[in-house]
Write a protein of this length. Structure first.
Length: 274
């Protein structure tokens, strides 16, 4: 069968006539899945430095010295300041600036820690949960593209014993390789992302597929089809722009059409695989 984009879309529409609302819900899940030490830093507390560090006893008068009244205490402080030559101009301002600088540094540390914690949580969530949902959702669309019965239970396939860890490893390595290629002026990363685009579909059909075989098979399948996949994605721009007229919400209803067509694309390139 020769590659015809319109034919893939026609088949996708035929499938969606029977399964649209189920495909819509799974597409939403797929979209969500595709997109999801303080004590050391605060060991130095500027407010914990007592006046005793500067020679003042904040706990009260020294042993054996009479307690001064308010007027006498104020006079004694002024006398001590005068004896020391007074307070240099700008000293209080310098102390305030230093204090503000310390507080700002602590705030920056807090923000960096929060950002790191959020990034780490997102990474773990993606590796151990979201990628498995992606594989399961792709599997649902592959099943329906082939006329096989499928449903929401397909989303759980990636979490089964014997498949879970392998899918986590393969999908993580796929993303790492794409990221490393992206560091080479971005274009190589785009090419590799197209080469490895079939990996989630392959894992959906064979969860035990090792990462080398998954990447190699996907690259072989996409040989000569990378640009066709780009054009296929671009062909949905009109529908997506139309959906964006409803504050972007309308695009959600286009997602099943896109995903069903991509599953048809996978079925075609796998059939043509050398």
């Amino acid at each position: 069968m020769n590659y015809k984009r319109k034919e893939l879309k026609t088949k996708a529409k035929q499938v969606l006539r029977k399964t649209y609302f189920k495909a819509l819900l799974i597409s939403i899940i797929l979209a969500v899945a595709t997109t999801g030490g303080f004590s050391v830093l605060f060991g130095y507390n500027p407010f914990s430095q007592g006046d005793a560090a500067d020679g003042w006893d904040a706990s009260g008068p020294a042993w054996g010295q009479p307690e001064l009244g308010w007027g006498e205490e104020e006079a004694a402080i002024q006398a001590a300041i005068a004896e020391a030559g007074g307070i240099p101009d700008g000293e209080w301002q310098g102390d305030i600036d230093e204090l503000i600088g310390m507080i700002s540094l602590e705030i920056v540390k807090i923000m960096l820690l929060i950002a790191l914690a959020v990034w780490l949580f997102g990474l773990l969530l993606r590796v151990f949960v979201l990628n498995h949902l992606v594989v399961g959702a792709r599997g649902y669309f592959v099943d329906t593209a082939r006329g096989l019965p499928s449903g929401f239970g397909r989303l759980k396939h990636g979490f089964r014993k014997g498949a879970y860890l392998n899918i986590a490893v393969v999908m993580l390595l796929r993303e790492i390789f794409i990221f490393l290629w992206t560091l080479l002026l971005i274009v190589p990363g785009i090419i590799k992302s197209l080469s490895y685009a079939m990996v989630p579909y392959l894992l959906a059909e064979n969860p035990a597929l090792r990462y080398k075989d998954a990447l190699k098979t996907s690259a072989a399948m996409m040989h000569g089809y990378k640009w066709r996949l780009v054009v296929l994605h671009l062909s949905f721009i009109g529908w997506l722009l139309l959906g964006s007229l409803l504050f972007g919400v309308g695009q959600v209803f286009v997602w099943p059409y896109v995903n069903a067509t991509l599953a048809q694309f996978y079925a075609h390139v796998k059939e043509k695989r050398p």
